[in-house]
Ligand binder design. Structure first.
Ligand code: ZN
Length: 349
């Protein structure tokens, strides 16, 4: 192995990413080195590409970006046990500390000192990634590299969807981005009755119906109260999964929920936004904020469901060799894509 590798880097504080030659990371005693086969482009990577306010305040340059990946282990730190060279894997991109109360209680996803690969630490858009062995998630044969590369966002969808009991429930999902769409598939898989997904982008609503057996609603054209009547629901939705970060979507969700309804919030609002707390209090609504994936319970459930027939592959709409990464980002920036996966296996040819 040469000690240099190809990588996609935020090299300068301006829009774009650049293909660079970077040193292959050196691993510590508790780390593994992973050869990357496929990566997914995340909304987070788009923020970094665009170099918006969040990115400019969060991401130091230079930084190899990317955190959605699948690959195989090529080197083990000397303390690492239970993993093998050649093992196919994905992994949790949140690097946690072990000192906080939450971590010591085993609630690793609630560690306040979490650092993200591709955001605060060198990331996965590279031929090689260093990762703590703790973060590695081995992949069974049933999960190929392409699906392995989108387990991070699927994990967001699973974490959000499994926040509340969905068996026999009517579920409203606001926001038909890839995570909202995958959450619809998960909700159906675990036994929800009606799953309605809203957006104002017809391409995304059409994609939602190709991935999940769900009811698409363009809220620019149709009212949710009409949908509730059309589906023969008595009062409204039992559970809401907010995936858009859009103020109007949250208001619509609160209106469309039953008394005592439950909401899981994954969508990130652009800033402070007014909330009609009076409605939320008088409807006795429970709200849960969702961050990342439960480490590692979400991973366990997600892999079990994929082995058990959950199929989200149609959410991947674009595939490019990494040499064409600009086209991949353009597809994402168009707002018309589902997941975009980059293939690194030919990158050194
Ligand atoms: Zn992501």
């Amino acid at each position: 192995m040469s000690n240099m590798m190809a990588a996609l880097e935020k090299s300068r504080p301006e829009p774009g990413l650049w293909r660079v030659e970077a040193p292959v990371p050196e691993i510590g005693p508790d780390d593994v080195l992973i050869r990357i086969n496929k990566t997914g482009i995340c909304g987070t990577d788009i923020h970094i590409w665009n170099w918006d306010d969040w990115a400019a305040h969060t991401v130091p340059v230079p930084m190899i970006t990317g955190h959605e990946f699948a690959g195989e282990i090529v080197e083990l730190g000397r303390h690492v046990t239970g993993l093998t060279i050649g093992q196919r894997c994905s992994g949790e991109g949140h690097l946690i500390g072990h000192e906080s109360r939450q971590s010591r209680a085993g609630k690793f996803h609630l560690d306040p000192g979490t650092r993200g690969i591709g955001v605060n630490e060198q990331g996965a858009f590279a031929e090689y990634l260093r990762l703590p062995a703790f973060n590695v998630v081995p992949l069974p044969d049933a999960i190929d590299d392409e699906i392995g590369a989108i387990l991070d966002p699927l994990g967001n969808a699973v974490h959000t969807a499994l926040s509340f009991d969905l068996i026999g429930e009517d579920v409203l999902i606001t926001g038909a981005g890839p995570i909202g769409i995958m959450a619809a598939a998960v909700a159906r898989h675990v036994g929800a009755r009606h799953v309605v997904i809203t957006d104002i982008n017809p391409d995304r609503l059409a994609l939602a119906t190709r991935v999940a057996n769900c009811v698409p609603v363009n809220v620019a054209e149709e009212q949710l109260e009409d949908v509730i009547a059309r589906l023969g629901m008595k009062q409204g939705f039992d559970v809401g999964l907010e995936m858009s970060g859009n103020q109007a979507a949250l208001d619509q969700m609160v209106e469309a929920l039953v008394m005592g309804g439950r909401i899981a919030l994954l969508g990130i609002p652009p800033g402070k936004s007014p909330v009609d707390w009076l409605r939320i209090v008088f409807k006795a609504i429970t709200i849960k904020g969702v961050y990342g994936r439960e480490i590692f319970e979400t991973w366990y459930k997600m892999i079990a469901m994929l082995e058990n027939g959950l199929d989200v592959r149609p959410v991947i709409t674009h595939r490019f060799p990494v040499s064409d990464f600009r086209e991949g980002f353009e597809a994402m920036l168009s707002g018309r894509s589902g997941k975009v996966v980059l293939d690194w296996t030919g990158s050194s040819d």
